[in-house]
Write a protein that binds this ligand. Structure first.
Ligand code: PMP
Ligand code: GLN
Length: 379
């Protein structure tokens, strides 16, 4: 068979998690919570299963959950989405991203990817015949170099991928970023896919400003979210997409034939569970404590870092200590130090090595403390 994705192998997340398991290292590599969701949420899922909500959900999602999401979007961000035609429930943000990219990218269209970029974007672009155009984010803070973005835009640009709060960098877009993007795309047929999976994990009183709060961007944006990050249920693979009517209609055509619909009892359970907004609004405080604990410990490791503004990842650089490649160092750390992390070069198409490692701090405090002790005793 002639591969359609010759460059793609096993994802770094699978590779590093396996290495961590094989060497009994503390796994701060793959991004998932090292603790369970709340028992009440599990009880709700069980309840709906026992009550017989076990067959296909409606293609666009269970009305109660679409309604809940529309209400949440209005109350948290003051933006109105029509639950019937503009909100779609899908099987994880990964599906939302794929369906949104597929909805707009035609062969030969250029898609701007801001690097480091989450690993699922590029393959989705390529499978649709799109041409990725890479723009590097500023190092070390992962902010956007708008001059570079402007230069990258051509008449062929069809889509710009945005991710805020950013994985792996932790950068959170400002109002100025959003306004600048709106200025750059005005008058062109460019769409935006905004990956907002860490929307509720933003620190120090900062706000996640969704792109759709900008009236012009609302008309061209697919906002992709994940319940996995917000409710500690990454294994349940459930997410959503908010997009204006015409874009949602195209999005749903793709979703219809990717998965058709998404796990039924969990949709009902989430609709009930989200009735109390504190169940997602507390998340920023929950993770800020973990970020602070982790950063405090990192100070005595010799690694350099600026605390993440959002997401549950902390990046740290070691170039002043060693010339080793980030990939080799990450593999060696999993084997010899006992802590697994992600080399950020994997998020660049050319595997550019800034000697920066990504650590996931969505773990129990005692596990973070153990990892810090190991890191402090030397890389
Ligand atoms: N986007 C980003 C930036 C992510 O970090 C992740 C997963 N951690 C996803 C998308 C995928 O989300 P899901 O598990 O809901 O498919
Ligand atoms: N999003 C997670 C991360 O960045 C991993 C998800 C996956 O394993 N595909 O680590």
């Amino acid at each position: 068979i002639k591969s359609k994705l010759p460059q793609v192998g096993t994802t770094i997340f699978t590779v590093m998690s396996k290495l961590a398991a094989d060497h009994k290292a503390i796994n701060l590599s793959q991004g998932y919570p090292g603790f369970d969701c709340y028992p009440y949420l599990q009880d709700l899922v069980t309840k709906y299963m026992n009550e017989g909500y076990n067959q296909y959900a409606p293609m666009s999602g269970v009305p109660a959950l679409r309604n809940r999401l529309a209400k949440k979007t209005l109350s948290v961000y003051d933006v109105d989405y029509d639950q019937e035609e503009e909100v779609t429930i899908v099987s994880g943000a990964t599906e939302a991203l794929y369906a949104a990219i597929t909805a707009v990218v035609r062969p030969g269209d250029e898609v701007i990817l801001l690097e480091p970029a989450y690993d699922s974007y590029e393959p989705a672009v390529r499978l649709n015949g799109g041409v990725p155009v890479y723009v590097a984010l500023n190092i070390p803070d992962f902010s956007v170099d708008w001059e570079k973005v402007e230069k990258a835009i051509t008449p062929k640009t069809r889509l710009i991928m945005v991710n805020t709060p950013h994985n792996p960098g932790g950068y959170v877009w400002t109002q100025n970023d959003i306004d600048t993007l709106a200025d750059l795309v005005r008058g062109r047929e460019i769409y935006i896919v905004s990956d907002d999976v860490y929307e509720h994990i933003v620190f120090e009183g900062k706000a996640h400003i969704p792109l759709f709060t900008h009236p012009e961007l609302r008309k061209i944006t697919f906002a992709c979210g994940s319940f996995g990050k917000t409710f500690h249920i990454t294994g349940w693979k459930i997410g959503f997409c908010l997009a204006p009517k015409k874009l949602s209609a195209e999005f749903r055509k793709i979703h219809q034939f990717l998965t058709f619909s998404t796990v039924t009892p969990i949709q009902y359970a989430l609709a009930d569970y989200m009735e109390d907004p504190s169940r997602y609004l507390y998340l920023r405080f929950f993770y800020e404590e973990k970020r602070d604990l982790f950063c405090k410990g990192l100070e005595s490791t010799g690694l350099k870092f600026t605390p993440a503004e959002g997401s549950f990842f902390q990046c740290a650089s070691y170039g002043h200590l060693s010339d080793e490649s980030d990939y080799d160092l990450a593999v060696r750390m999993a084997k010899e130090v006992g802590v697994a992390c992600i080399p950020t070069s994997v998020f660049y198409h050319d595997k550019r090595d800034h000697k920066i490692l990504r650590f996931c701090f969505a773990k129990e405090d005692n596990e973070l403390e153990k990892a810090l002790k190991l890191l402090q005793s030397g890389l």
